[in-house]
Design a protein around this ligand. Structure first.
Ligand code: CP
Ligand code: NVA
Length: 308
């Protein structure tokens, strides 16, 4: 029977904290958890959740995943804990390390996440920062693997803002050798350090394309993926971005330019008629709710490797 292996790194702050082998192992475990072929009781471990931003999927999937592993979660709302009053991260991290076995953090600045990890004596998981959303990428590639069985010859085209979700797709895609194309308006490209790191990993440099030309990016793609144009924390840019991103909506015309068997993904929450039309969101090509479900299985697998 497949057993969770301990990961080489203690923390999961970035997609690059995992090796290719470890990503594939987590996806295998996730598949086994999903198909009820694997049942692991970690025995009363505690996951602390610190969410400086809103969340439905990440919060609930972590809670259910811990529950299924025989553990519990403590949900720390910054506004009702001392975190919101400005207690230094280094103090909060050392205190929580005495109570919790693992901590998942959703915050704005990636440096704050790294500060938690520096002071915590327990593993820290990135539950989304402005830079990355690596847990999301695990569920996304699990969904892609379910559809195409392996990653060979899969072309993943992300359409929209070069944001945290795009950054993690690029990095995890590079580890898995998936061809990733990002189509975004000029000035909204993904983080340049992320792009550089991905090119270092890819053996073939043509496997990652960042372009402002939507049609080229979509041609023959097997997966069309989008996310909101304005992420949490960018509410003041909403009006401007809606103008700049005009034309970057996944609609039926765009889907028709992709491979005929292409699937549609969205990390959610979605703004219909902005980044995706309601018709495409609800279409048979959409795997969006499988993808959301897979957050649970992927994180259960991740936790089973991290808590050892
Ligand atoms: N996709 C995702 O992270 O959703 P939540 O913001 O609801 O957690
Ligand atoms: N890019 C989005 C993802 C939400 C899950 C955000 O950061 O708000």
């Amino acid at each position: 029977m497949l057993k969770p292996n301990k990961l080489a790194k203690n923390n999961f702050l970035s997609s690059l904290d995992l090796s290719t082998y470890e990503v594939l192992h987590i996806l295998d475990l996730a598949n086994n958890f999903k198909n009820k072929k694997l049942n692991i009781d970690l025995g009363n471990k505690v996951l602390g959740l610190i969410f400086d931003k809103s969340s439905t999927r990440t919060r609930v999937s972590f809670q259910v995943a811990m529950n299924r592993l025989g553990g519990t979660t403590i949900d720390l709302n910054p506004s009702t804990s001392q975190i919101g009053r400005g207690e230094p991260i280094k103090d909060t991290a050392r205190v929580l390390s005495r109570y919790c076995d693992v901590i998942a953090i959703r915050t704005f600045d990636h440096l704050d996440l790294e500060e938690y990890a520096k002071w915590s004596t327990k593993p820290v998981i990135n539950a989304l920062t402005d830079l990355e959303h690596p847990c999301q990428a695990l569920a996304d590639f699990l969904t892609i693997k379910e559809e195409f069985l392996d990653f060979k010859d899969v072309v993943l085209t992300f359409i929209g803002d070069g944001n945290n979700v795009a950054n993690s797709l690029i990095l995890c895609g590079a580890l898995l050798g998936v061809e990733v194309r990002i189509a975004c308006p000029k000035g909204y490209e993904p983080n340049s350090l992320v792009i550089d790191k991905a090119y270092e990993i890819y053996k073939n440099k043509n496997m990652l394309k960042i372009t402002n030309d939507l049609d080229t990016a979509v041609l023959g793609a097997n997966v069309l993926y989008t996310d909101v144009w304005s992420s949490m924390g960018e509410e003041n840019q909403k009006d401007e971005k809606e103008k700049v991103f005009n034309g970057f909506t996944i609609d039926s015309d765009l889907v028709n330019k992709a491979d005929k068997d292409a699937i549609i993904l969205h990390c959610l929450p979605a703004y219909r008629s902005k980044e995706i039309t309601d018709e495409i969101f609800e279409s048979h090509k959409s795997r969006i709710f499988d993808q959301a479900e897979n957050r649970l299985h992927a994180q259960q697998a991740l936790l089973s490797c991290i808590i050892q």
